[in-house]
Structure formats: C-alpha cells, structure tokens
Design a protein around this ligand. Structure first.
Ligand SMILES: [Zn+2]
Length: 270
C-alpha cells in the first residue's frame, strides 16, 4: 500500500503540461510474455492512435496523461479500476490495444476529459463579475445551444431533412425545436431573438461537419489498432445523374468481430 502511494505521488509530480511521447527513432525495451516466452515491447504507433498516452522511459511504462492531469489539477479521485494508467504505470504490452480502448471509453477517462477541457473555475467571466444576471444568461444560452446540437444529432441520426420546402418556418429543424420548447420555456424566447440564435443553415452544416469528423476520428482510431483492413469503393448515380463514389472500410478486430463502416460519398469529376 505504501509502495503504491509512493508511485502515485511520483506519477502525479512528474506530469508535464503535454504527454511525453518517445522520439521518432526509439528502441523500446523488450519483455518476456506468456508461458511460451514471447518478447514484446511498446509500439511507436500507439502514441499516435492514443495521444493521451504518457511514456516514462525510466521504467518503460505508460500513464493516461488526461487522468493524471485531472487528478493533479482538478482534484479527481483515484479510481481502482484504472489504477495502472494513473498509479503504477501500464506495461502489459500483450493486451495493450484492448486495454487502451477500454480505458478510453471508461467513465473515469471521460470524467477526467471533461474536467481537463472545462473552463478553469479560477478565472470567472468578466461579465459575470460585473453582473449576476450575466451568469444566468450564459447558463441559459449554453442549454439552448445544447438543445440545438441535440436537434441536429437527432435529425441526422434519423436521416430526416433539415430544411423546409421554401417556407423555412415549416422545416423539421425549427418545428422540432418548437416542440421541445413546450417542455423548456427558454427555447421559445431563444427562437424569438433577432440575432445570435445559432439556428442558421450555415451553423447546422458546421455542426454536422463537426459530428461527421468526430465519427471518422473514432473509426480511424479503431483502424489504427488493427494490422489489416480493406477499403471498399463503389460508384452510383444520383437522381440528378451525377456519378458518386461510396467509400467504406472493413476490418476484423482482436475479438474476431467484423466491422464495416461508411466513410463518405464523394462526387466524381466528369
Ligand atoms: Zn484516462
């Protein structure tokens, strides 16, 4: 117990502002694994696939930089389940990619990420210091923006059209927002505003792009953890007689489960 406390203190004390990654040309130490002894080592491409990995070369272990930063600067408590990434240091290279993926989707890691990227509480908004009403306005605006974001996610998820047929007031996007306004009085007030509503087509498109990039990033993180994958492409013609290329990827993960993901639909130059 005393030993783990000592190491925890060392891991937290050493944490730099950015995670330490090994240099491009680096010979990782090899260790024996399993009954039929197989030598394994850390891999350079893991640090690209999981940028939160923090490498300590003195004893060849990795930590989660996000979690130890949240523990050191945001007072997050040590979690038992993920102690190898925050306390003793992880070095089970045999099942590393599975453990990295599990840790990244763990509640501990997601909580730490929220704490680390949150606005620092030490520096309040200038408007907030001048007027107490400003804090409420900011809170309400944030909630309305989150409602708009979930509106976009819902319509995209269901494959529904966003815009109306000529008359914008009949668009699915606005009607859905009005419907949600029946449960939240802040929304009708928000819609009645003349500016800064974040409901325009441009904002909708931008939010969709950010969501699409997030999905792609998740797919590519999964792909980075496998050795082989295939790219499937097929051409099709849309209603306007334009040629389009559909791109998908297919791979089998370490649990032998097959995955097939859609990457994009690209208009071909004629
Ligand atoms: Zn973490």
């Amino acid at each position: 117990m005393a030993m783990s406390k000592l190491k925890l203190t060392a891991a937290l004390a050493d944490v730099p502002v950015k995670p330490a990654h090994p240099p491009p040309i680096f010979v990782f130490p090899k260790w024996d694994f399993g009954k039929k002894v197989v030598q394994r080592s850390s891999q350079a491409d893991w640090f690209t696939a999981w940028p939160w990995l923090h490498y300590r070369s003195t004893d060849d272990v990795v930590f989660c930089h996000v979690c130890i930063t949240a523990m050191k600067h945001k007072g997050m408590k040590q979690s038992r389940g993920d102690s190898s990434f925050t306390n003793v240091g992880f070095k089970n290279w045999k099942d590393a990619t599975i453990s990295f993926r599990d840790h990244q989707s763990s509640v501990t890691h997601k909580t730490a990420l929220q704490l680390v990227v949150d606005i620092p509480v030490l520096y309040p908004d200038v408007g907030e210091m001048i007027s107490t009403g400003h804090a409420k306005e900011k809170r309400d605006s944030r909630q309305c923006l989150l409602k708009i974001l979930s509106n976009v996610a819902f319509l995209a998820r269901q494959g529904l059209a966003f815009r109306g047929d000529g008359d914008e007031s009949n668009s699915n996007f606005l009607q859905l927002l009005k419907l949600r306004g029946l449960d939240d009085p802040r929304i009708p007030e928000w819609i009645a505003k003349k500016a800064n509503k974040y409901t325009s087509h441009d904002i909708q498109d931008e939010l969709l792009k950010v969501m699409a990039i997030t999905v792609l990033r998740k797919i590519f993180t999964d792909l980075a953890a496998v050795r082989y994958f295939c790219i499937m492409c097929d051409e099709c013609t849309d209603a306007a007689n334009r040629e389009k290329l559909v791109v998908c990827v297919r791979w089998v993960d370490s649990y032998l489960e097959a995955h097939e993901e859609f990457i994009g639909l690209y208009l071909l130059e004629t």
